[in-house]
Design a protein around this ligand. Structure first.
Ligand code: DGL
Length: 272
């Protein structure tokens, strides 16, 4: 069986890239719902519906375990997926998200003034705040939604001076709070991690999720041999997208780090 990786679009390839680097031996199925990205401005109810459709698809593709790479889906839907959808429809499968691994990393360093940036839906869900407070009850957590960052990163004409303006606008409030760490709680932000580091300066530890999620998944598989034993080690990666729009190849290259042949990417409809 395979490991599935799901994202609202193509940004989740940053997470897949790290997972493959950590564990190249397994077979992976990536699904990017790029026909409906961004999820970040949508309601929790519709994000939950889209997430269920994505999981239905990935389970049909023989995924034993799915990692929801999307912060927006994880924050708004993972609890319901684990408590309602899985027990009812796929009791023998597993779904993991990105919130827990990121929060475990934060707690292992004992940060005290934590900044979190993400989409509007991620911020509104309060999922990160809830999880941080469970493990670091004394910590102060400050969130900032950054709705312009995803479209900026996806725009091929990216312009550094525009980025600096956007970052100043979004990060000024967090800097005033004297944060000691800043979690990039969105698949896309890793692409502009350097620029974010420059903006907040060396006193703030900037944390992106790719490597953390990959390491935690490896730990998970070591602890859960009942899942690991079902995974085939064929080193195959299949890519599925819900829209073959004019930009998809360039975006996949941006997030994955290399170009894929057209024949490697399959178009699929999941909203039926
Ligand atoms: N993948 C989403 C996330 O990590 C960002 C894009 C979107 O808004 O759908 O939150």
């Amino acid at each position: 069986m395979n490991i599935g990786v799901f994202d609202s679009g193509l940004g989740g390839l940053t997470i897949l890239k790290s997972i493959i680097k950590e564990m190249p031996e397994y077979s992976y199925v990536y699904l990017g719902d790029n026909a409906r990205v961004p999820y970040g401005n949508r309601s929790p109810e519709i994000i939950y519906e889209f997430t269920k459709q994505a999981l239905d698809f990935l389970f049909k593709k023989n995924c034993r375990l799915v990692v929801i790479a999307c912060n927006t889906s994880t924050s708004t839907s993972l609890r319901r997926i684990q408590h309602e959808y899985l027990p009812r429809f796929f009791p023998d499968r597993k779904v993991l998200g990105v919130v827990k691994p990121a929060v475990e990393e934060i707690s292992s360093h004992g940060y005290k003034r934590i900044g979190i940036i993400g989409t509007k839906a991620t911020v509104n869900s309060q999922a990160f705040v809830r999880e941080v407070k469970k493990v670091l009850p004394q910590a102060d957590v400050y969130q900032q939604a950054c709705p312009l960052l995803v479209p900026y990163i996806e725009d091929s004409g990216r312009n550094q001076s525009v980025l600096r303006l956007i970052l100043k606008e979004y990060l000024a409030g967090l800097e005033e709070k004297k944060i000691d760490s800043l979690l990039l709680a969105c698949t896309h932000y890793e692409i502009v991690e350097k620029e974010i580091e420059q903006e907040v300066g060396p006193s703030v530890k900037v944390i992106s999720e790719g490597k953390i999620v990959a390491k935690k998944l490896k730990d998970y598989l070591l602890r859960h041999q009942e899942v690991g034993k079902d995974l085939q080690k064929e080193r195959k990666v299949s890519y599925y997208v819900t829209d073959l729009n004019p930009d998809y190849q360039q975006l996949m290259k941006l997030f994955l780090g290399h170009l894929l042949e057209e024949s490697q990417v399959h178009h699929v409809k999941i909203d039926q």
